[in-house]
Design a protein around this ligand. Sequence first.
Ligand code: NDP
Ligand code: 8X3
Length: 258
Amino acid sequence: MANTNRIKNKTAVVTGATSGIGQACAYALAEQGVNLILMARREERLADLKAALSQYSVDVDTYVLDVRELDKVNQVFADVYAKHQVDILINNAGLALGLGNIDEGRIEQWEQMIDTNIKGLLYVSRAVIPKMREQNSGHIINIGSMAGGITYPGGNVYCASKSAVHTLSEAMNLDLVGTEIRVSNIAPGAAETEFSKVRFDGNDSQADAVYEGFQPLSAEDIADLIVYVLNAPAHVNIQQVLMMPTAQRSPTVLHRDN
Ligand code: NDP
Ligand code: 8X3
């Protein structure tokens, strides 16, 4: 069913497009002929990505945006909507910071995760959903996590933030019943991106150890799934997908060689 390209010439917003899953989505969507509006905080990376995407016959617009800044989100989307219709929103910007017992948690890390993963996703969605309702079309992809359904030791606030993404995806689907707007919560397991480098504050050996002895998902594996989900026929709404590496069956049940 999803081999048919039903998204060519549509326009997608991708948040957190400068790395990992967001960047892989930008390439995968460009390959499908989808015009792109790419957002993230790192301006130079956005410019490099736009230049790299010039090999595809699609329009690429970029915005420097920290999704935690509500006024900026609203300004950016006012500008976006002056120029484009948004058909697809990939709410991908997110991060984990730290891994440790809740009683030793750092409040500023909790706040950044909650402000980005929950509030940022809400700010962006609030700017987009009314327009999707007006046009009575659209597809929202929320990047949740296996951590949103299965908590693991030390994951506390990150897991809670992804659990909120899962709940908000359900809530969006409920509140949008009767419209043609679809909402999909994509919940990946371990994927090798910059995620662990960010989580461990640039400590490469700690980050690399996360993926040792097994083949993790790649950002491209997740982008492929997202392309499949977006290409489902209009009457099919894939609401939830849990996707893990074959070596991983839950956050803590993971087979490593040696
Ligand atoms: P990366 O660290 O590689 O990418 C994260 C992206 O989010 C970057 O482009 C970063 O860009 C952007 N970002 C972070 N904070 C903000 C912010 N405040 N405003 C705007 N953009 C922001 O990690 P992943 O690609 O792995 O992560 C993408 C999503 O996937 C996250 O929501 C993560 O929780 C989720 N996920 C990841 C898994 C994994 O194992 N890797 C598994 C399950 C879910 P910039 O710094 O330029 O702003
Ligand atoms: C990101 C991957 O292992 O921290 O959600 O849940 S993990």
